[in-house]
Design a protein around this ligand. Sequence first.
Ligand code: MOS
Length: 757
Amino acid sequence: MQKAIVTAIRFLPDRATDPLLRSDREIGRPIARVDSVLKVRGRARFAAEVPLHDLSYAAFVHGTIARGRIDTIDTAQAEAAPGVLLVMTYKNAPRMPAPPMMMEDAKGASASKLPVMQDATIRWNGEPVAVVVAQTQEEADAAAGLVHVTYLQEPAATSLDLQRQKAHPPKTILGESPRIEIGRAERALARAVHAVDETYRTPRHNHAAIELHAATVSWQDDTLTVHDATQMVNLTRSSLAAVFRIPEAKVHVLSPFVGGGFGNKGLWSHQILAAAASRMLGRPVRIVLSREGVFRITGGRTLTEQRVALGATEDGTLEGLIHTGIAGMTTHNNCPEQFTFPARHLYAAKNLLLAQEVVDLDMVANTFMRAPGESVGTFALESAVDELAVAMNLDPVELRRRFEPRKDPTSGRAFSSRNLVEAYRRGAERFGWGRRNPVPRSQHQGEWLVGYGVATATYPYYRVPGGAASIRLTQDGRAIVRMASHEMGMGTATVQSQHAAERLGLPVEAVTFEYGDSDFPSGTLAGGSSQTVSIIAAVTAAAEMLTGELLKLAGNDSPLAGLKPAEVEGWNQGIRQRDKPENFESHGSILRRAQREDGSVEAAAPMPLKAQKYSMHSYGAQFCEAWVSKQTGEVRVKRWLGSFDTGRIINPRTAASQFRGGIIMGLGLALMEETLFDERTGRIMSRSLADYHVPVHLDVPEIDVLWTDVPDPHSPMGVHGIGEIGITGVGAAVANAVYNATGKRIRDLPITLDKLL
Ligand code: MOS
């Protein structure tokens, strides 16, 4: 790699407009996932499936108090149990500094900055107090039940309600101010002709990915290898290096397949404890959390209580918008659940008050969960907009059109690309919104009341700096593209093969995208719907560098002689001049003439400076038809349409699947998901998918999705992230449809039948 060139590229601003913004040879094709055959045949190997010689198995003993100290811990019986190799507690665990925390430390993958198993202190109900390692998983699980612990309990803060007077603003919300005030919103509200002012509540949620959290770890001398299920191989490597006080080069994290992440497949105590136990034991260790373990030691989405107040004039000018509230958090993490983010960018309010506070609780560190903030924030905001439309006797789509801002209402920046009104227009037409009767209880189907609801979906555009990619182009016309990125089921390898093929002028079959390995050029995390565009930016930089190298190699005998990278493009397994396409030479020909087997480059993505100049977001309109039983109060979502405006779509097939997956998760949020938390003990009571309900096939109707496909000129390849926007707006669209069906306004998620009877 040429270090000097890499540095130079890194600090160039984003180029004005990607020349391939509308190029559509491979981009836009609905190709099947490149790993589909592997997955269907069961040959995709996940973290808990890596075979290792001499493997041992770990199980955790969980603390049962929310706050206090371990008084006594008796491991004798467990140590004597069949197959047991090691029982680790704070007494014999190696000394380890606290893991670096995500969003606070540039090397952090941990959701919490608590030290792991270093002393007798207990900070949440469920914290691991012992690790039992045995020859088999069954022996480890059985022996874990033989560790006897007594506690000295201290009073714990486990109720948001009881602690609300201690609410305080967090230092920042993902780097933004927790409070934005423009004008005088309370006064505007008091003077408004039409106003609503309501409180909305959302419960705790847990990530329930099909794949349980798992790691298979081993040490070779002082080198640690971790087969992990993670959304962040690089940060996991740097965090484990810090915890075990070894150089990063001595930690190797592999994560080729992840069975769903949704925000909490980062670094938690289980990888650290497994690695510590493995080092003590001198044997490889596997840890697979039980579903109960996932719920108790990896954090979920926290609970919120939100006030939304809107005041409008007769003609639908939004005079005042207030969105405030509280969320439960801990003193040892930094995820305040950014529920006021949508209101910062959606509506042309003259006066705005957006402020959120947190309440410190003794619980496992809550964390990011698919559209953290936006998913529950849009429930409150978009329910309130619907309530205002009812109060004004105005169609909610029309009201939102009147609220549409010309520039970002809080930053004052221009929108990079915003076609929300168009998304609404198309969605309403295809859904048949015009057939809706605004009068509640006016549509019936036998015992069912029928209602239509609509809500806005929105999620920010993030491109994470720091990613780099390598490309090796061989004489036979194949390219291997590498970046330490992640495949959690969303189609990363597929769309990145398409992108690299488009960029390099290759057929998609000639490209292999390799990822999921911390030894590859540094990837960015798979989070914040940022990964696709972050990879594209790095691969684009690498492709540009490769083109430069190839042009140099081509020399004076080539039809490309004297051309610069900006004057050419990849075409038909070679390079051609943009405005004189007859000037062409194939990659193979260039390499052969230069007597080179291949061309290899590595380059870093330029800094995402455009995101500081423009208000960059994705948008959508969610349309719901819900049926509510007059007898039982059951809600059945009968029809769904999501109409999105998310920049350019690379692969309609994987994109539709992402949108649908988000919407389905939103149906869970709307109708069933709720982590049951015992406020007396601080213990999460939900133990399995039998009592933490997620939508099953029968809960999910046919989901129609469409998109504007308008490229954002300020984003590489014109794309936006799409992993999270699908879930946003869904809670409100369901609640609004339920209101239209029944005349009952449910402001407390989930919308269960008891609330409708
Ligand atoms: Mo997501 S909550 O950024 O995986």
